[in-house]
Design a binder for this molecule. Structure first.
Ligand code: URA
Length: 242
């Protein structure tokens, strides 16, 4: 396997960053400084270090994307740009978005080829926390907040036809945005279709702008601009898996 592929697989950086890191002498193969990204290594027997730390091979890839509005959370789409198009230069096969954000929603999206992790994070039984920033058409009353927090009817039903209420959620009211619109953080533990928008609709309000800030332990870093992505750090991967 090529050294740059090995380092990419270990989430050291994007292809472009890795080229630069190798140029700067940060990677060693069997004690010798590596100078070429395309040198072939044996991932089972060679000792590869990055900044002096030995790397053990893992075959999965993990990226976080700050999804922009106008891009769809799908692997393919006949019409719109997809989140996978934004990572095309990584040349990683089998990546999928972990869940979906609507085309007009911004923010944190995990993309990985680790199907077990996707399954675990999306499982309705796991109740992984998701924090959304929502800019609203009007202020919430205390009664609206109580209803959102307690759980409410957003039009879903259980298999037996009974109403499927949303699970208890948490609302934090923030300062209004620059256009004077009310802003909240809504913390939910499910991932139903258009859930945040439908919860706000159920209290006779409207979401005018929506951004996901976190999913489980994974947080959108303030220095990751909209439309940009980066590999997860080993610490982030381990926290998510646990
Ligand atoms: N809830 C929504 O309504 N839309 C999203 O994109 C995510 C959560």
């Amino acid at each position: 396997m090529r050294l740059d592929k090995f380092l990419g697989d270990q989430n050291i950086g994007t292809r472009k960053q890795i080229k630069e890191y190798i140029k700067n002498g940060r990677c060693h193969v069997n004690g010798e400084v590596a100078t070429k990204p395309d040198v072939h290594i044996n991932e089972d027997t060679d000792i590869i270090t990055f900044d002096g730390v030995e790397l053990t091979y893992s075959r999965f890839h993990y990226y976080m994307l700050n999804k922009p509005v106008g891009v769809v959370s799908a692997t393919r789409d006949g019409k719109n740009e997809t989140v996978l198009d934004l990572l095309a230069s990584e040349n990683v096969k089998g990546l999928s978005p972990c869940g979906r954000l609507d085309i007009d929603t911004e923010g944190l999206l995990l993309l990985t080829d680790d199907g077990d992790l996707i399954h675990k994070l999306l499982s309705p039984k796991k109740h992984v926390d998701k924090v959304y920033e929502a800019h609203l058409a009007k202020e919430l009353s205390q009664d609206d907040i109580d209803r959102l927090e307690k759980g409410l009817d957003i039009g879903d039903t259980n298999d037996d036809g009974s109403i499927k209420m949303t699970l208890p959620a948490k609302v934090e009211v923030l300062s209004p945005d620059s256009e004077g619109r009310p802003v909240i953080h809504l913390i939910i533990h499910e991932g139903r279709f258009h859930q945040v928008k439908r919860m706000l609709e159920a209290v006779d309000n409207e979401v005018l702008f929506l951004k996901r800030l976190s999913m489980g332990s994974l947080k959108l870093p303030s220095d990751l601009p909209c439309g940009e992505y980066r590999p997860l750090t080993l610490e982030e991967i381990n926290e998510l898996k646990n």
